[in-house]
Design a protein around this ligand. Structure first.
Ligand code: ZN
Length: 431
């Protein structure tokens, strides 16, 4: 499988940033090699956690880590680590990495490019003969996507001690296999999950490269995205309750229609975020209509709102305004509305010092930058709760992600690796 077209490859290579120790052909070859594992008939990639495909890609990746001389180990639940030992190994480490699992029929870059960038940045440090003071540790986290057990960003949460062995019994895949069983099947030791826990004070900083999964960088023709914060999602379900009646025999003025209430509500939700913060977003991606019949006025409609911002106070104010709106609409239409809170993950801010390190590194290599929030959750969102964490974004073609159309050009991939290398080395030499 070729992630980059063969015909264009040489032209692409010519356009890549030149930096000692990073061969763009290696980037292309390694991304293609990973993309061939778990390939689907639709041309996408499916690599669920704790499967043959995920094991295979991790083995390939482990081989690359060993080939550049990293000290490799695996924790009890399958997080994979490779260390470049620093001149002062007793100092807290600089950690970097991402994930190699995918969503069903996903793309070749989400996660994989992050892991590869960390690897190749470390490789360049080694090849340039640089000696970092701190140990640089590459982490490949298991089950970031949550596609199989609906329990995402799992590996990084487990590493920070947020998951107990007992909780592993509570998550099952579509075949009823629990997370615990799936781990055991692959030879891991779920009962010892806490032995893999790392102390925040042993990690100096964390850095992750990821595809943007949006269109901002491409539209503005910027090379590098400097993430200023990772927006944590907060979900709320609004259930409008009215009367279920016949569509033919109920005059318009006698109806208590919950679908029209939901429609008014959703349009209102769309307008609210911009009045709170330029980075706030709110989405209705899911609604359920009961009984959902063509000739029945629906007596019950559930609307699920996903609200995000990098500023937690603004996000929570936005959710309150959305809730207020639901009550107002229900009251005006003489309906009832029930409100239930779902997950709520705090956003994480990226320290200014890391943002400016990324900016300076890009500038040194003549790369343009754009500061932007990450709307999606990443392993860095978990690490960021405990240690200073930063993210480098590279452009996503047409903003496509979680699909076979996901694509980032080879020069953009190499640009990201160059910046990653510079920032990792700078962090590794900080006091
Ligand atoms: Zn990802």
């Amino acid at each position: 499988m070729n992630v980059f077209s063969k015909e264009r490859l040489l032209k692409d290579v010519m356009q890549c940033s030149k930096i000692e120790g990073i061969d763009p052909l290696d980037v292309a070859e390694r991304l293609s090699k990973m993309a061939a594992i778990g390939v689907t008939p639709e041309g996408g990639i499916t690599r669920y956690p704790y499967t043959k495909e995920e094991r295979e890609v991790k083995e390939v990746f482990r081989g690359w880590m060993e080939s550049i001389g990293l000290e490799v180990h695996v924790d009890p639940i399958g997080n994979l680590f490779g260390r470049l030992i620093g001149e002062n190994p007793e100092l807290p480490v600089v950690m970097t990495g991402s994930h190699l699992d995918t969503v069903p029929n996903g793309g070749a870059f989400d996660g994989a490019l992050g892991c590869l960038s960390s690897l190749m940045a470390i490789e360049a440090i080694i090849k340039q003969g640089l000696k970092p003071q701190r140990t640089i540790e590459l982490a490949v986290f298991v089950d970031e996507e949550g596609a199989r057990f609906k329990n995402g960003i799992f590996g990084s949460r487990a590493m920070m001690g947020e998951v107990t062995a007992e909780q592993l019994k509570n998550f099952s895949d579509a075949d009823g296999i629990t997370l615990e069983e799936a781990m055991k099947e692959q030879g891991y030791l779920p009962g010892q999950i806490l032995l893999g826990k790392r102390r925040a004070e042993d990690i100096f900083a964390f850095l992750e490269l990821h595809i943007e999964q949006g269109k901002i960088l491409e539209n503005e023709e910027k090379n590098i995205g400097i993430v200023n914060g990772i927006a944590g999602p907060s979900w709320r379900t609004f259930t409008f309750l009215g009367n279920t009646d016949h569509a033919g025999n109920t005059p318009m003025h006698m109806r208590k229609d919950t679908v029209t209430a939901a429609a008014e509500f959703i349009l209102g939700v769309e307008k609210l975020p911009r009045t709170f913060s330029p980075t706030a977003v709110a989405t209705v991606g899911r609604m359920n209509v009961f009984p959902n019949g063509t000739n029945i006025i629906a007596g019950k409609t559930e609307v699920v709102v996903d609200a995000r911002d990098i500023h937690v106070d603004k996000r929570d104010e936005l959710l309150e305004a959305i809730t207020q709106l639901a009550h107002e609409i229900a009251q005006a239409r003489e309906l009832e509305v029930k409100v239930e809170s779902g997950i709520s993950i705090p956003p994480v801010m990226v320290p200014d010092s890391i943002q400016s390190m990324i900016a300076r590194a890009a500038e040194r290599h003549g790369l343009s930058t754009r500061t932007l929030p990450s709307g999606a959750g990443h392993d860095a969102m978990i690490l960021g709760k405990y240690v200073p964490s930063g993210m480098i974004f590279v452009p996503s073609h047409k903003g496509k992600s979680h699909s076979p159309e996901e694509w980032t050009s080879l020069p953009d991939c190499v640009n990201g690796i160059v910046v990653m290398k510079e920032v990792l080395f700078e962090l590794a030499n900080q006091n």
